[in-house]
Design a protein around this ligand. Sequence first.
Ligand SMILES: C[S@@+](CC[C@H](N)C(=O)[O-])C[C@H]1O[C@@H](n2cnc3c(N)ncnc32)[C@H](O)[C@@H]1O
Length: 324
Amino acid sequence: MVPVRSLDDLMETAHGYQRSMALFAALKLGIFSALARGGAGAAAVARRVGADRRRLAVLLNGLTAMGLLRKTGGRYRNGEVAASFLVGGPRSKTSILLHQGDCWRDWSRLEETVRGGRKERPLGGDEQENFIRGMEDNARERAAHVAAKFRLRPGERLLDLGGGPGTYAVAWARRYPRAAVTLFDTRGTLRITRRILDEKGAFGVVRLIEGDFLADPIGGPYDFIWISHILHAFSEKDCRALLRKARRAVVAGGRVAVQEFLVDEGGASPPGPAFFSVHMVAVTEGGRAYSAREVAGMLRAAGFGKTAFAGSDPRGVGIVTARA
Ligand SMILES: C[S@@+](CC[C@H](N)C(=O)[O-])C[C@H]1O[C@@H](n2cnc3c(N)ncnc32)[C@H](O)[C@@H]1O
């Protein structure tokens, strides 16, 4: 995130939503996918996506000004970033971007939320699909590294708590086929998870348990519980209750690892996690980003032993581990 240090930065920040909305509209209209079939003029793109030609031509020029499209002699084609990330395929970020677009509704009411007058809005059907597939977009590259870092011995039982699309669970199950990998998530999410596993040819490699991890038992015993990008959506009280439940479900000597966008002490840096924390205030009832020290404290309070933290990556994602 670029800090605001000048009047130009201030104006750029104020206009930032217009760029976001142009991107989301283009994604929903299917402009990048339409152009993946070949470069075209505004009239042809309007026909391909079913839009008003005059207005679409203006949007295409705006997207060109943003660098997402290239324009030569009246014909548009996808720029490098659009061709890499906005047209599907293994590097796609389409779902996570559509999810960001869905969150716009919550962000537009941030003032009211901060005043304390708004409850969390449940995600609708398409929104839940964008959210869960978006988690896959986020985790796709990282999951293999995580699975390599946290080895599983034959017979070891891993729980991916709130495992969403199953990106991490599948990476472990494929790398350590003699381990037993379980993913716990809500009914609504698992409906999507099953489709994703099917698409990846991974149906059956991971055991699925359906439930609400705050209200229901989470199964067990497990040798290792992986809790990735869960705590930030919940209040400290709920996080503590969830970690106590995890502690009861893990065997003595077993492991827990909590992956999060981690803020520094005080919460105002680094910029990515500090601003992600605002996002959590916008979209959840009690969530915010926690610091590594806060996560470690909550783990110890839940009954886990000595914690370890090896630092965050450049995006501010870090993992706090502990033994039971
Ligand atoms: C931000 S996603 C993280 C997904 C995955 N762990 C990852 O890191 O890619 C949060 C996940 O927690 C799940 N979740 C949220 N509340 C839950 C609850 N009360 N019980 C079970 N799962 C829940 C959501 O359905 C979603 O899959």
